[in-house]
Design a protein around this ligand. Structure first.
Ligand code: SAM
Length: 261
């Protein structure tokens, strides 16, 4: 995969039976495998690269995301696409000893890094690790008080199915929250953001993780992700009520919230 300029993202919509993997159209059945290869490749350097690429700002977004979730001590929480456990670790303090967190991810390598990291930090009790596909959750209806997914939905092939599953496993009164890259709002910032995405990120990937392609995919997948209002509509279609979103850092990321009533 070669580096591309943002202008190459001219395609909109997909041919029948295909979906996007970054700016490429691929058969629907292939995307999961390709995304799996990306995260198996980045797992070891994932946390370092997040800090480098965002200059540590991802930590602020994640703190705000967890700090503003509707959750209380004793709650049972599902963190989907939980990866190396940033969100789960922050949630731990909010649910306390009486609560529990299921960290679910499709990728065994990411889950292993997460579990090792938590174990090294002495955080063992109250966590469960489940290898799963967000499109088809292995939990009964109404199992969780809160369901979160941070920087994960973008990578899921059938996002509508994942949202419907999030709705299904929530208890009535529960909240779903999505933290994801979104559409930058200010025109003056867009060229700077594009330069960072398409010129800086793949080079950082090559330099620090010997992997430019995965970071090229990151930049492209952000451009293909449904923007704020579209994602809000998808959440409503999945059954959520009182859906709303909040932009952070001018729309670089957005937090979407919905409730099961
Ligand atoms: N939530 C973590 C964070 O904020 O640092 C990790 C986010 S990482 C960018 C995206 C994660 O989504 C990866 O760990 C990947 O394996 C996972 N993922 C991708 N497709 C998935 C799916 N269909 N079901 C569950 N997890 C998935």
């Amino acid at each position: 995969m070669n580096e591309s300029s943002p202008k190459q993202d001219a395609s909109s919509g997909n041919a029948p039976g295909t979906t996007h993997f970054g700016f490429r159209d691929v058969p629907v059945g292939e995307k999961q495998k390709l995304v799996g290869q990306v995260f198996s490749s980045v797992a070891r350097n994932y946390d370092l690269m997040n800090d480098l690429m965002s200059l540590g700002i991802h930590r602020v977004w994640k703190r705000y995301f967890v700090g503003t979730c509707q959750v209380k001590r004793g709650d049972r929480v599902l963190d989907l696409a939980g990866g190396t456990g940033d969100i789960a670790l922050l949630l731990r303090d909010r649910v306390g000893q009486a609560g529990s967190i299921v960290l679910g991810d499709i990728n065994g390598a990411m889950l292993r890094v997460g579990r090792d990291r938590m174990t090294d930090a002495g955080k063992v009790a109250g966590f469960e690790y489940v290898q799963l596909n967000a499109e088809k959750l292995p939990f009964p209806d109404a199992s969780f008080d809160l369901v979160t997914i941070a920087f994960g939905l973008r990578n899921v092939t059938d996002k509508d199915a994942a949202l419907r599953e999030m709705f299904r496993v929530l208890k009535v009164g529960g909240q779903a929250r999505v933290l994801e890259f979104s559409e930058v709002k200010s025109d003056w910032f867009k060229p700077i953001y594009d330069f960072h995405s398409f010129q800086v990120l793949p080079r950082l990937g090559r330099l620090f993780a010997n992997d430019a392609d995965s970071y090229q995919y990151l930049a492209e997948s952000i451009r293909k992700h449904p923007p704020q209002d579209e994602l809000k509509g998808m959440m409503q279609a999945a059954g959520f009520s009182r859906c709303e979103y909040r932009n952070l850092s001018g729309g670089i990321v957005a937090i979407h919230t919905g409730y099961k009533v």
